[in-house]
Write a protein that binds this ligand. Structure first.
Ligand SMILES: NC(=O)c1ccc[n+]([C@@H]2O[C@H](COP(=O)([O-])OP(=O)(O)OC[C@H]3O[C@@H](n4cnc5c(N)ncnc54)[C@H](OP(=O)(O)O)[C@@H]3O)[C@@H](O)[C@H]2O)c1
Length: 311
């Protein structure tokens, strides 16, 4: 029997995925048909990106699962017209490596105070050597695939790293905390905070005025997680008071970030356009193909989204 797989993502994704996904599916040995154009009544699996515009899954009577190409699933997790299992992109080595490089690069930039010397129009001969990494506590909020990888890399450089998650975790070399009290403890005295939480009703405004006050004065925030994790007004107030020294933000409540948003003009905010890490077609294709193989052979799907938890 031929398994039918609809690729529901924009043309540029199809251009990037067509060859590697075909290769990865071929390697599974299953008989399949992959296309952007399959009659709805024949579709069994949907390889999915929210940018496809597809939101109503009720017209696919044979649909077995929706396989997201994206790691963040907040745009689809609450969709009540999607009743089959939903998986998300995890384990894509390119995505994880990209995030580790983004987070490590910006953490080192703040740690070493690079900005002061990169932009020095008055040719000032001043400054002092930065502390060692081991003297600068870093906190990573979210210890999933990406948070764990970043926490490990930062710890390897020498930073004392604290991680925070919903359920208690144990990661060698990382002080792991969880729960509401754990959050306050994780933030107390932190000099660099990295946000790698999903966007859910529970994680909205994880960092607000109360949390910023716990940080070491002048702390840096790095947010490649999701925009709603931070209370924007509270962040601007903390930046203006100096409690937060710098914020590097890759994700926003509204994207693209509106031209008149104060983050663009703020001298101590760096805006990057949601480029921290992206799914790489070759490694992501192997993740998708493995889940199709599992579906076809009746094995449990990997990376199932917990619709109740929202991620
Ligand atoms: N900017 C970019 O380019 C880009 C690219 C990819 C991903 N992302 C973002 O990165 C996020 C993290 O990705 P991931 O693959 O590491 O996700 P993940 O594997 O789902 O991990 C999420 C982590 O957040 C924790 N968490 C969830 N809800 C929580 C809560 N209410 N309180 C405390 N901790 C909570 C989870 O706790 P448990 O460990 O207890 O489950 C887990 O440790 C994604 O959701 C996405 O938004 C951004």
């Amino acid at each position: 029997m031929t398994t039918t797989i609809l690729f529901a993502a924009p043309q540029d994704s199809w251009d990037a995925y067509r060859a590697p996904l075909t290769e990865a599916l071929d390697a599974t040995g299953i008989d399949y048909r992959l296309s952007r154009d399959i009659p709805a009544e024949e579709v069994e699996y949907i390889v999915y990106a929210p940018s496809s515009g597809l939101t109503d899954f009720t017209g696919f009577p044979k649909l077995k699962a929706v396989l997201s190409l994206w790691a963040g699933v907040e745009k689809i997790v609450g969709n009540d017209r999607l009743t089959v299992p939903l998986t998300r992109m995890v384990d894509d080595e390119g995505l994880t490596q990209g995030m580790v490089e983004y987070v490590t690069g910006h953490a080192l930039r703040h740690h070493l105070g690079m900005d002061a010397h990169i932009v020095n129009p008055d040719h000032r001969w001043e400054g002092k050597a930065p502390p060692l990494a081991r003297e600068r506590p870093v906190t990573v909020l979210g210890l999933g695939m990406l948070g764990r990888a970043c926490a490990r890399q930062l710890a390897q450089i020498g930073f004392p790293v604290t991680g925070w998650s919903r359920t208690p975790r144990e990661i060698e070399g990382i002080r792991c905390l969880s729960g509401t009290e754990g959050l306050a403890e994780a933030l107390s005295g932190a000099q660099i905070v990295v946000l790698l939480l999903p966007s859910t009703p529970q994680t909205e405004n994880t960092l607000g005025a109360e949390q910023f006050a716990l940080l070491a004065p002048g702390a840096a925030i790095i947010n490649p997680g999701r925009g709603p994790l931070i209370d924007d007004e509270a962040l601007l107030a903390a930046l203006d008071s100096g409690q937060v020294g710098q914020a590097t933000l890759d994700v926003f409540r509204v994207e693209p970030l509106p031209q008149d948003h104060p983050f663009w003009a703020h001298p101590r905010v760096t805006v990057t356009p949601h480029i921290a890490a992206e799914t790489r077609a070759d490694s992501a294709s192997r993740v998708i193909a493995e889940n199709v193989r599992r579906g076809v052979t009746g094995a449990p799907l990997l990376h199932l989204v917990d619709r109740g938890a929202g991620y």
